[in-house]
Design a protein around this ligand. Sequence first.
Ligand code: GTP
Ligand code: MG
Length: 213
Amino acid sequence: MSRLYKQENVIMIIKEATFVKSVTNYKQCPSPDKHEVAFIGRSNVGKSSLINMLCNNSKLAKTSGTPGKTQTINHFLINKSWYLVDLPGYGYAKVNKTIRQKFEDFISAYLINRENLDCVFVLVDSRHEPHKIDLEFIRWCGEKQIPIAIVMTKADKLKSTELEKNIQVYQETLFQEWEELPPMFVSSAEKKTGKEDLLDYIGEIVEGTTDND
Ligand code: GTP
Ligand code: MG
């Protein structure tokens, strides 16, 4: 099972993905005249790898085994019609507090002010129990009314029974605070799974067939 969220499928194929720009201030982002989805999560959770998998291009977004690789807001133009955004990771322990605060300030300013942002995909590591910082971020998005979906990454790293258990724990944890669960997906950039479901959902968003409320 790679998709926990069910809606009528819309086929989305990424034919072209081009890098547009990297910024650290949302005011320098490309003009907000296109639909946009962004990927966020703790450092090293697999944001850039997932973007590369979705776009069939292993070199599009820079990845690394060392956390803290992506440090800017990176816009990619997809099929000349919508933006996909790779964000820096939050909660990276090895940078000092001042740098971390600066990071978090520009990311939150982007998330709050980016008027064409339709959905933030919050990536969480499927191997672990819900992490405090992820739950806090999800709660913050709720407070700010920022639409989210959750992607449980690196599913190749655990057995299917463990994966099912961890999905259930995540859902139960979210239900303690949310009346309704956000859309949830499971992916592996390594095994290239979860791609179709994510692209179907993104297709619904960027083609305007869902408000993702
Ligand atoms: P930052 O930019 O540092 O915040 O990291 P990120 O979230 O963009 O992670 P990135 O895509 O750079 O991947 C981090 C590490 O995890 C790399 O070594 C990837 O090869 C590995 N990785 C990413 N996705 C997967 C996956 O689905 N399965 C496995 N096994 N490894 C993965
Ligand atoms: Mg990255």
